[in-house]
Design a protein around this ligand. Structure first.
Ligand code: PEP
Ligand code: MN
Length: 263
């Protein structure tokens, strides 16, 4: 398969609007689970920039468990995210749930495929034909090999700009929201040449342990981190328990970069 080290031995790098992901650096994307308002995304973007991140994340189309929960600002959320990214010199990443929304995503630098769509094969095939980098999460209950097989749908369609993002899987353990396995992150780096990102926020489910999980992921060899951060996390409209404050983000980024230097 195209993702494997048999096809390509050396690490590949992915260019995202001029920023290189993979190949030895550590790229950090941070931002709110969801774009909630202009004031919110502008304030978070300023904090994310000052914390030393390269990218701004923010959901506009949210895959919520309940249809009665906040679904995101949709097109307006993407507009606000793109404007905040421009204002503060941050590249942007946001989740695409449906290929019919693609036009609205033109102004976003990287497309995220969420855990719930990790095996939406028509979406993956579509993303194989677009000219945008893709951040592909693992499915909530998929194995590493199934996650890699999903990446093959994009790669085989002709889009070679894929970054794998590990966000943990569901296990019997309930002490965290999802189980983030260090061994999976170290293994996937050996199995594929593609850059690997880790999202410590969704498996943590609790802001107090995001730092430990982020540092563990860096130690396991990831090329990128994606962290949920908010100016007032306790008032967030989604994933309020796990979003870190800007102050916590600054500390996580500082420590993650120091740990990365040690490798
Ligand atoms: C998210 O990044 O906000 C998200 C919904 O993540 P996941 O798809 O990993 O649950
Ligand atoms: Mn979230």
């Amino acid at each position: 398969p195209l993702y494997s080290r048999d096809f390509r031995h050396e690490d590949s790098t992915v260019d995202v609007s001029g920023l290189t992901i993979g190949g030895g650096g550590l790229v950090i994307a941070a931002g709110p689970c969801a774009v909630e308002s202009e004031e919110q995304i502008m304030a978070v973007a300023e904090g994310v920039k000052k914390a030393g991140c390269e990218m701004l994340r923010g959901g506009a189309f949210k895959p919520r468990t309940s249809p009665y929960s906040f679904q995101g600002l949709m097109e307006r959320g993407l507009d606000l995210l793109a404007r905040a990214g421009q204002e503060y010199g941050l590249l942007t990443v946001s989740e695409i749930m449906d290929l019919s929304d693609y036009r609205e995503f033109q102004k976003i630098d990287m497309l995220q495929v969420g855990a719930r769509n990790a095996q939406n094969f028509s979406l993956l095939k579509f993303l194989g034909r677009v000219k945008k980098p893709v951040l592909l999460k693992n499915g909530i209950g998929t194995t590493m090999e199934e996650w890699l097989a999903s990446s093959e749908y994009i790669l085989s369609g002709g889009n070679d700009r894929v970054i794998l993002c590990y966000r943990g899987t569901r296990s019997l353990e309930r002490s965290t929201r999802f189980t983030m396995d260090l061994g999976t992150m170290a293994s996937v780096k050996r199995r594929t040449h593609l850059p690997v990102c880790a999202d410590p926020s969704h498996p943590a489910g609790n802001r107090e342990i995001v730092k430990a999980m982020a540092l563990g992921a860096v130690a396991a060899g990831v090329d990128m981190l994606e962290i949920e951060a908010h100016i007032e996390p306790e008032r967030a409209l989604s994933d309020a328990d796990q979003q870190v404050t800007i102050e916590m983000l600054r500390d996580i980024v500082r420590s993650a970069r120091r740990m990365h230097q040690l490798l």
